[in-house]
Design a binder for this molecule. Sequence first.
Ligand code: ADP
Ligand code: MG
Length: 604
Amino acid sequence: MVKSIVGTGGFVVVMVLAALIAGTIGGSIERTLVVFFISLIAVLGMGVYSGNSGILSFGHLGFMGLGAYLSGILTMPIAMKQMTLANLPPFLATAHFDLLGATVIAVIFVMVVALVVGIVISKLEGSAATITTLGLLVIVHGIIIGARDFTRGSQSFFGVPRVTDLTVAAICAVLAIIVARFYKDSVFGLKLRASRDDQLAAGAMGVNVRRERLLSWVISAGIVAVAGVLIGHFLGAFSVKKFYFVDTFALLAMLIVGGMATVTGALAGATLITLVTEILRRVEGGIEIFGFQTPQLFGTTQIGIGLIILLAMAKRSDGLFDRLEWDEALLGGWFAKKEKIVGDAPPEHKPVPEGSLQASSITKFFGGLKALDQVSLALANREIVGLIGPNGSGKTTLLNVLSGVLPASEGETLVDSQDVSTMTSHQLAGLGIGRTFQNIRLFSSLSVRQNVAVAALNAWPKVSTIVANEKVDMALEAMGITEFSEVQASTLSYGNQRRVEIARALALEPRFLFLDEPAAGMNREETDSLMDDLKSLCDRFGMGILIVDHDLPLIMRLCERVVVLNEGRVIAEGEPKTVQKDPQVIEAYLGHKGSQQVAEVLSD
Ligand code: ADP
Ligand code: MG
């Protein structure tokens, strides 16, 4: 907190100094402001995608270019078009729109292009997606040069009415801030941010990560297209170079230095880089200081921006404002919807419908390793089944297959009588399969409440945000962590993080709940209280629970039925008291030598 206040204070001081210097050096303040607002819109647009998904994009300048050229063609006086773009197809040659009409058409066009491209990009992960966006930039650049009849190729495109003024740019910038902020706090933004923190867990909590990425990609392209329209109608004449690497670099600098994840970051980054660029551009051309003329220093601007990125990354790798939105800091979240509900009694939880989960002959290969070998397992409502076995016996792999996180190599899984073997994790979450992870996988930058809300929003059947909120309250209360609801999940103790994971899975209203070593890292007391809670969850909600744990006495106490895995095979199954006497089980656990000791522990 102190750090961020100091950071904010330092930032303000730098900005004021920079503004003073810029003022003394001279130049048109108005022009600088218009360019600043347009850059801000572009950065906000890029942030809608990159900030929320965590995937950096180099391709957005392509969208900006498309917006600029198309709207330019649409607003250009017809006589001018006959002169400069003689080969335009008739419908464009005779088209004439005002700025608003042209903006709407250009934005829709760019969003459609983005949708088509996005279908491919949203399937790719991390750096593959980023490289593809770079490819997109190069392709759009090539298309603009190639489509000479529309764009005059690499020559200057001129004759665009210069109708972007300070008012238009400022209004659009405010609108962009509002759209970006509302998207971020929306259900869609929340789900995408969850996937940024942990894609696998987001999928298992029912988030369709591809769809969320695609949506944000299309929205962000639309915002950036507006920036393109505005810059085109501000400059009046531009060339394709305007929408290539140099400006991509400058806009990415604004995004990264300020902090991709927040709207405030975009604002700070755009301000800082604009001011510094203005100053350096003048220094580059040579300035007069106290009657002394400095020489021209080519490249100063680019080098300066590069140094700022280096410095910012070294000091604050997540940018100046990665977590904190100004309104959250000053006004307690003015934009963010207040998520408190008024109801007094905790909402009723409908009993889980009767049904069963049946896995038959599941085999899973990792390369040559057979991690699961013909495993069959059934789970019904209202039962707690223990899954035990030595390290590396395939317990986690089985949960991964059953929850759709990994595809099985062979075998099938039925929920009721529906074959769900080929379903993805988010589809299975939608069918009522909830889970936790052996290595805690919370959405670390989100609050406890938001973590749980991500799952609640995907509960089946589809629910309104109000009902989702009630589910969140119910899950937090059931796990006894209501008091932590506004705390950032990653700051909690180990035991409480595990409880948040269970609450998150509960918010899905699961019919079947898989818990992978939920008591790992807990002391005796914490473990006992967790076990009491699990027992009452099962009684209260009626879901079937499949629990993996190393604590054998505990599993024996909690479960009516135990399945024992060894080297990927089921070696025993049945009531705890029968299984614990099984020589094969004892041997699997400690080998011949320790058999006697483990037999004593197990029959404790
Ligand atoms: P357990 O949870 O019972 O300790 P796991 O299911 O994690 O066991 O692992 C079973 C076996 O499969 C181990 O030999 C492990 O090394 C291997 N394994 C698990 N996950 C993967 C993976 N993603 N890729 C390759 N091998 C894996
Ligand atoms: Mg495991």
